[in-house]
Design a protein around this ligand. Structure first.
Ligand code: AMP
Length: 420
């Protein structure tokens, strides 16, 4: 039996690859426009990093990590997210000593042992950015605007932005106690999952999609009513900056995000177009994370967007316009054995001058080469046979109009480039 890709992983190839390239181009462009620099960390890290950084009580650490012991006996984990690795690297390289603001972006694979379905994979990819060093609302707004700009520029349409504030640790601990007391009162009406979670991670109950929980949640106390003045001011300052930028959002008092390290502003980009996988991306302020990872006090805010979901949403948004590729480059067809060698030198010269060139590697007949040129979707076919070899010329056929002209071999590049 042949071997197949691991469940929850996907090969990316063919036309799908073009969508990825375009997405990556957009990230690079937008990140550059905001003066963010790319950062690449290893695919695996010490398991301890995620236990401390993401939190023991989260689903990610509790049941989704790909953790293994290497041959030296160290416990390693394939990264399930990028914020903890980036913070680890910032501390390790003392980056904030060199510049008190670090603006960093990344794109790469993440790994979570989740139940695979459309839009949910075990190896998936995220694009994201972190703004480290500023406690001010301008940093939160910059991060949200960068994410928003990337989604818009990539061309996704059906998404909305939801925002909430988790306040400070003190605010959350007062609220937590009030929430647990309320959930205790309604324990019998809650789902089993929420009953288990309500003491360790009561805020996560607010995220539950279970119908039984929803009716209890409706009347639960809201964190919003417990926020202190500085937390409220911070949230309102961020919202004012978004208003100023013309970004539309809704404040969702139930939005908590799953990870332990967030405080103050959290946000999520959501959609109704992808069924149950309604989150395209999200993030928030994570001031506590640096000290959790031994890096002292350091304010920071960031986001990540799921690339697969962004592409799926783009496809859903643009179902009517097929992603047809424009014809591109040239096919050089050798007519007869004599022409094979010179065709290869012409191909190399053209490639060096920036032309995209295909030659036949199967020694096919002229007719079969013409068919191949069509399949390769080239803009021109160049034919070189005995007569052309003798005269140092080539016949160039415009594949769209069918028009043919004979040119000097030395002029092929300029004729082709003039049309590109
Ligand atoms: P999170 O770190 O869980 O907030 O995830 C950020 C984004 O990554 C989500 O909004 C999704 O777009 C994407 N994402 C998270 N988990 C998966 C997964 N298992 N498969 C595909 N995309 C995912």
């Amino acid at each position: 039996m042949s071997i197949q890709a691991v469940r929850g992983t996907k090969d990316i190839f063919g036309d799908e690859m073009l969508k990825w390239h375009r997405a990556e181009e957009v990230f690079r462009e937008v990140a550059l426009a905001f003066n963010y620099r790319e950062f690449r960390t290893p695919i695996f890290e010490q398991t301890e990093l995620f236990k401390r950084g993401v939190g023991q009580d989260t689903d990610i650490v509790g049941k989704e990590m790909y953790t293994f012991e290497d041959r030296g006996g160290d416990s390693l984990t394939l990264r399930p997210e990028m914020t903890a690795p980036i913070v680890r690297a910032c501390v390790e390289h003392s980056l904030l000593h060199h510049n008190p603001i670090q603006r960093l972006w990344y794109a790469g694979p993440q790994f979570r042992y989740d139940r695979p379905q459309k839009g949910r994979y075990r190896q998936f990819h995220q694009f994201g950015a972190e703004c480290i060093g500023s406690p001010h609302p301008e940093a939160d707004a910059e991060i949200i605007l960068l994410a928003h700009e990337a989604l818009e520029r990539y061309g996704v349409r059906s998404f909305s932005l939801e925002i909430n504030s988790l306040g400070t640790a003190d605010v959350r601990s007062t609220y937590r106690a009030a929430l647990i007391a309320y959930l205790e009162e309604h324990k019998d009406q809650l789902s089993e999952d929420s009953q288990k979670r309500m003491h360790a991670n009561p805020l996560r109950v607010l995220d539950s999609k279970d119908e039984r929980d929803k009716s209890v949640i409706q009347n639960a106390p809201l964190l919003r009513d417990y926020l202190d003045a500085p937390s409220r001011d911070h949230l309102h300052a961020v919202l004012a900056l978004l208003d100023n930028a013309g970004v539309v959002y809704t404040v969702n008092p139930y939005l908590v995000r799953g990870l332990d390290y967030y405080n103050h502003v959290v946000f999520e980009f959501t959609t109704d177009a992808l069924g149950t996988q309604n989150a395209i991306g999200g993030g928030g302020r994570y001031d506590p994370l640096f000290s959790m990872l031994g890096g002292g006090e350091q304010p920071a805010v960031g986001f990540s967007i799921g690339i697969e979901r962004m592409i799926l949403l783009h496809d859903a948004d643009h179902a009517e316009t097929s992603a047809e590729q424009q014809p591109r480059g040239v096919y050089i067809s050798a007519i007869g054995d004599e022409a094979r060698l010179p065709v290869q030198s012409i191909a190399l010269q053209l490639r060096r001058s920036g032309v995209h060139v295909v030659t036949d590697l199967l020694r096919r007949s002229v007719k079969a080469q013409m068919k191949d040129a069509n399949r390769e979707n080239v803009a021109f076919t160049i034919m070189i046979g005995e007569a052309e070899l003798a005269a140092k010329t080539a016949v160039i056929k415009d594949m769209k109009t069918g028009e043919q002209v004979t040119v000097e071999q030395t002029n092929i590049g300029s004729v082709v480039l003039a049309h590109e």
